[in-house]
Design a protein around this ligand. Structure first.
Ligand code: ADP
Ligand code: FDM
Length: 212
């Protein structure tokens, strides 16, 4: 190894856009090409904080809106040291949702501005690439019904999509919008191409801080 670090690659998008499918395929493809790669997802429901978030999403407990926003952020911060360590060891991380989901979902609630929502995540490891899987609500509906979790409602998800669109205007983040209405394999090829470029670009640069 020549001290090349791994890249932090995030997949974002509305429910059923294909994030989980594409994260899995991307990790497999990178490994097949001899690159070290691992998958992560947020919320990470396995930690103590993640278990509380999971109960909230399953509607088994209620939490005040600011409180749950800070828990989602804390769930990222508790994993930030591991993220940095893996990247420095040369492992690329493919992550299903990150701070952008955090901001988009909370700011879709009444009374929450984008800036307040971004604040707790300022300084997290900055992604080298954020792939936004764009899919219309109608196309998403064709892929199956919503489950029973909190936030799985068409009207709320439309507002979430608007918030994502506001976040994508920020040129300090390397956003790539992917048309997710195509076949799994077509999407995969495009995602792999962007990811390879990001991995090469990140290799010799230090990990930066998000929104700082
Ligand atoms: P997300 O993680 O964004 O919610 P998933 O990867 O779980 O999305 O995919 C949601 C559903 O849509 C699954 O049933 C999956 O098999 C299907 N799916 C994923 N990608 C595509 C695609 N490109 N075209 C059609 N169906 C897809
Ligand atoms: N979500 C996810 C948030 O509200 N804030 C966050 O910071 C993150 C990472 O939790 F509805 C929402 C988005 C989605 C739910 O669902 C997580 P999945 O199925 O585990 O992605």
């Amino acid at each position: 190894m020549t001290g090349r670090r791994g890249a932090l690659i995030i997949l974002e998008g509305v429910d059923r856009a294909g994030k989980t499918t594409q994260c899995t395929k991307l990790v497999q493809a990178l490994r097949a090409r001899g690159r070290a790669a691992e998958m992560m997802r947020f919320p990470d429901r396995t930690t103590k904080i993640g278990q509380m978030i999971s109960l909230y999403l399953e509607k088994k407990i209620n939490l005040e809106d600011h409180t749950v926003h800070l828990l989602f952020s804390a769930n990222r911060w508790e994993l930030a040291p591991l993220i940095k360590k893996k990247l420095e060891q040369g492992v690329s991380l493919v992550v299903d949702r990150y701070a952008f989901s955090g901001v988009a979902f909370t700011s879709a609630k009444p009374g929450f501005g984008l800036e307040w929502c971004k604040n707790p995540d300022v300084g997290l490891p900055k992604p080298d690439l954020v792939l936004f899987l764009q899919l219309s609500p109608a196309e998403a509906a064709r892929r199956g019904k919503f489950g029973d979790e909190r936030y799985e409602r068409t009207d709320f998800q439309k507002t979430v999509l608007q918030r994502f669109e506001q976040l994508m205007k920020d040129p300090s983040v390397n956003w790539q919008v992917i048309d997710a209405a195509r076949s799994i394999d077509e999407l995969h090829q495009e995602i792999l191409r962007h990811s390879e470029a990001a991995i090469e670009q990140a290799a010799n640069q230090p990990v930066a801080e998000l929104w700082n």
